[in-house]
Every structure is written in C-alpha cells, then in structure tokens.
Write a protein that binds this ligand. Structure first.
Ligand code: ASP
Length: 433
C-alpha cells in the first residue's frame, strides 16, 4: 500500500496542515473564518467519537464478562489492572519530579513575564479553583459512591461517568453468567452483534479523522495565538524550559516504564507496540481527550496488538477514567515549577506529598481537555503553594495537554497488553492500519 494511503500518515498530514492553516489564519486575519467554518468540523469529529464510546463500552464489556464464565477471573483481572495502574502512575510522578528538579525551569522565567502572566490569566482561574474545591470538599468515599449509578439511563447518558457504565456492564454480564445458556445466548449474541456494528462505525468515523484533526489543530493554534503570533511565541519561549521538563519527563516515562513493563509482562517490543496504537496516539494528541479517543484505542489494541476483548473492554475504559500517567507526571512538574516561580523551595517531605496528591488528583481527573489543570489545584493546596500560580502555566496548557493525553492513552494500552499477557489472552499482533 502506498504510504499516503495509510491512515496514520493521513492523520499526520492533517495535523501538519492544521498547524500551518492555524498560523496562516492568525497572520492574515482569518481567525473568524477558522472559528466559524473550520472549528465545527473538529467538534463534529470529537462528538462522533464520544457518541459511540458508551454503547461500545457497554456492549463489549457485557460480552467480555459473559464470556469469562467465571467471576473469580474478573476479580483477579480487576486487581491486576488497578495494581499496575497505581504502580505506573507512581513511577510517572517520580520521573516528573526528577525531571523538574533537574531542569529547574523556574530559574529561567524572567520576573516581568511572571508578573504579566499572573495579571493576564488571573480572571481565568476562578472557575477552575471552584471546580477543584468542589472535588476537594467531598467525603473520602464519594468516588466509590459515584461508581454506582441510581439510574441506568442517566449513567449511560453521561460520557463523564464511564466508571458507572463499566459497573452496569459488569453486573449485567455477571447476571448473564448466572442464567441458563439457552436464555443468555440471545443476549450475548445481541450485544456481540451490537459490538461489531460499533466497531464498523469506528472505522467509518476514522475516515474523517484526517479532516477532524486538521480542524482541531487549526482551532488550537487560533486559540493559542489569537491575533498576535509573536506574543504567543514569546510565551512559548518564556515557558520553554518548563515545557521541556514536562516533555522530557513524558518521554522518559514512555521509554523507561513501558519498555520495562513489556520486558516483565510480555515480549512485545516498545516500538511495535507504539506502531500498533499509532492512530489512537495521534487522536489523543489532537483531541486532548482520552475519553473521546477510547473507541479507537479499544479497536487498535484488539485488532493490532492482539489483546482479547474480555481484557480490552475492561482495562481500557477503567484506564481512561482512572489511569493518567501523563497527567500525574505533568502535575508534579507544574507544582514544583509554580512553587519555584513564586519563590518556594519545596522540602523532600513536600515532594513526597506531591506523589500522593498527584496520584489521587490524576485518578480524579476526567479524560477530557483541561481536566488535569483543574485537579492541579488540589496538589498545590496540599503543599501550601498559592493556586494563583496556575496563571503562570495556563497559556501553554493546551499544548502540554495534547502531549500528556497521548501518554495517558499509551499507559492504558500498555497495561491492557500486560494484563492480557498475564491472563493468557494476548493473541498475535498485526500492524496494519
Ligand atoms: N486531557 C487529559 C485526558 O483526557 C486529562 C488532562 O490531563 O487534562 O487524558
């Protein structure tokens, strides 16, 4: 197949052209056109992906659980999944702390830039602080309560409540295991067929991916640069070391932690793994949402990496909600950077506190754009760093969000491969688009 017919190349082309169009649009006063006539295609694309996320999780997980035939297998798989998720996230935060302490990006931030950033983003902060306060004020067991919906349709109508959908699918699947085969077969076949239909729909939606990604990237650049590209470039330069600390940490995490994970739990080389999930990575990067990318991640992990449905349909939706290695790593870097910029040198004890709070904050963050920076408020409060400091990093957050989301998705997919291997449910990998 010629290279340009491959989906990932088309998506990469969409990314590059979107970036170029965004720059052109800011330079030649076309931002209104971009907002009115290009941005909507990005929104439509993301909406399409979100539209199928809940039915896909519901159908594939019900079939997955029903096929397990044995509930103890489910609890073993659940334990392994959550255990590995927690361990990789703790590694991610530690790598973030190492990276930021090594780069010390706050020492390169000019005093006047600091003042002007604080002033210009001050208004933007209030909403985020309130959302984070609402989360922090909840009782400790509230996240557990939130998993159990009081109404099936309400749960299924909210993409943010993916754990509730997972919960409903699991109890439904368990119910199916309990009844006689001749009756359960109808249901299993129904959800199986529905699952196949949705996978076909994912393929169709992916045909639109290059255009969707073009529109998303153009919108990101227009939002970032507004009408003044040179100001945006100045901002990028001023925060360059901070961004470097985050990106360096993310790269180290992917290279060190996931390749070790594969060495221990499967024989898949990291390179082949990344090749297999390429379209999902690119979509995570362009949409900044692990929840919206979930249907594509599920499809790629099964089709390309050989993870069986029973594992993928459980590990990935749970991961899209609670496992955010990229987000937690970024929160660690951001917290230490802000502390440094406002003149607070953190003690080792405070840095250990970051490990705990960033772990919780990333679990609590939803898989949507900008969720990580809201939860950063909780991390900052735990180490007594003024939350106003978030103003310093808001301007470049979307770019880092794109990078951390790609890593969040990589983490979920990597753990699905590891768990599948442990469960004896890892088939052969194929790397075609
Ligand atoms: N956008 C991220 C995700 O969807 C969450 C975040 O860090 O803001 O995974």
């Amino acid at each position: 197949m010629s290279w340009y017919r491959k989906l990932h190349w088309q998506i990469i082309l969409g990314l590059i052209l979107g970036l170029l169009w965004g720059l052109f649009s800011t330079q030649f006063g076309l931002n209104a056109f971009t907002n009115d006539f290009i941005r909507p295609f990005g929104t439509i694309f993301v909406n399409l992906l979100k539209l199928i996320a809940v039915p896909l999780v519901l159908a594939s997980l019900i079939v997955g659980v029903a096929n397990l035939n044995d509930i103890t297998k489910l609890s073993r798989m659940g334990g392994r999944t959550i255990g590995i998720y927690l361990v990789t996230t703790v590694f991610a935060i530690t790598i973030g702390l190492l990276s930021v302490n090594l780069v010390r990006p706050w020492t390169a931030l000019p005093e006047e830039t600091k003042q002007s950033l604080m002033l210009s983003y001050e208004d933007n902060l209030e909403g985020r602080t309130q959302s984070a306060d609402a989360v922090a004020d909840r009782s400790p067991l509230q996240p557990l309560v939130d998993i159990v919906p009081e109404n099936l349709f309400e749960a299924a109508s909210n993409n943010g409540a993916m754990l509730q959908v997972v919960f409903v699918a699991i109890i439904f699947g368990i119910g199916i295991i309990q009844i006689k085969n001749e009756k359960s077969a109808v249901l299993v076949n129904f959800f199986d067929a529905m699952n196949d239909v949705i996978i076909r729909i994912v393929d169709v939606i992916m045909l639109m991916a290059p255009y969707g990604v073009f529109a998303l990237l153009a919108s990101v650049i227009v939002d970032l640069a507004g009408d003044d590209l040179s100001q945006a470039l100045n901002l990028l330069m001023a925060l360059g070391w901070y961004m470097l600390a985050v990106i360096l940490g993310l790269l180290l995490h992917v290279i060190l932690v996931y390749s070790t994970l594969f060495k221990v739990f499967s024989s898949m080389p990291l390179k082949d793994f990344l090749r297999g999930i390429r379209p999902a990575l690119l979509l995570g990067f362009s949409t900044s949402s692990s929840a919206a990318t979930l249907p594509v991640t599920m499809e790629r992990v099964q089709k390309n990496l050989g993870v069986e449905e029973e594992v993928a349909s459980f590990v990935l939706p749970v991961g899209a909600t609670i496992n955010m290695d990229g987000t937690s790593l970024y929160q660690a870097v951001a917290a230490v950077f802000i502390a440094g910029a406002v003149g607070i040198e953190l003690t080792i004890f405070q840095q250990i506190t970051i490990v705990l709070t960033a772990l919780l904050a990333s679990i609590g963050a939803a898989g949507v754009p900008g969720a990580g920076i809201i939860m950063l408020v909780i991390v900052l409060k735990s180490i007594d760093v003024p939350v106003e400091g978030i103003a310093l990093i808001l301007g470049v957050d979307r770019i880092l969000d794109m990078c951390r989301t790609a890593v969040n998705i990589t983490g979920d997919a990597a753990v699905s491969v590891a768990v599948a291997h442990m469960e004896g449910k890892l088939g052969e990998a194929h790397y075609d688009d």
